[in-house]
Design a protein. Structure first.
Length: 94
């Protein structure tokens, strides 16, 4: 294996491993809801209603987080590395 290929393989593994953490799940949630959800310190979770940010009084953020966790199964199906696949499945529990 050429050095460049080895470096790319290692970087991909590190990136995949980082996705299998709570921080990785938070990044997933932020990406999925980038235009619809916002956390405001002191205010809590806010949702965009098309005109303004409104406080999430109905805890809809919980449903968004669950949908994000379920989406990890799709990532696991596409993973080419068995260890990464197992780690992703382990993070997908709702």
């Amino acid at each position: 294996m050429a050095e460049d290929d080895l470096i790319a393989t290692v970087e991909a593994a590190v990136t995949a491993a980082q996705r299998c953490t709570d921080a990785g799940n938070a990044r997933r949630l932020a990406r999925r809801g980038k235009d619809r959800i916002l956390y405001a310190p002191g205010e809590g979770w806010m949702l965009w209603d098309g005109k303004r940010w409104k406080r999430d009084a109905g805890f809809l953020i919980n449903e968004e987080a669950k949908a994000t966790a379920r989406a990890i199964y799709g990532e696991a199906e596409r993973a080419t590395d068995d260890d990464v696949r197992e780690a992703q499945i382990g993070r997908a529990h709702v």
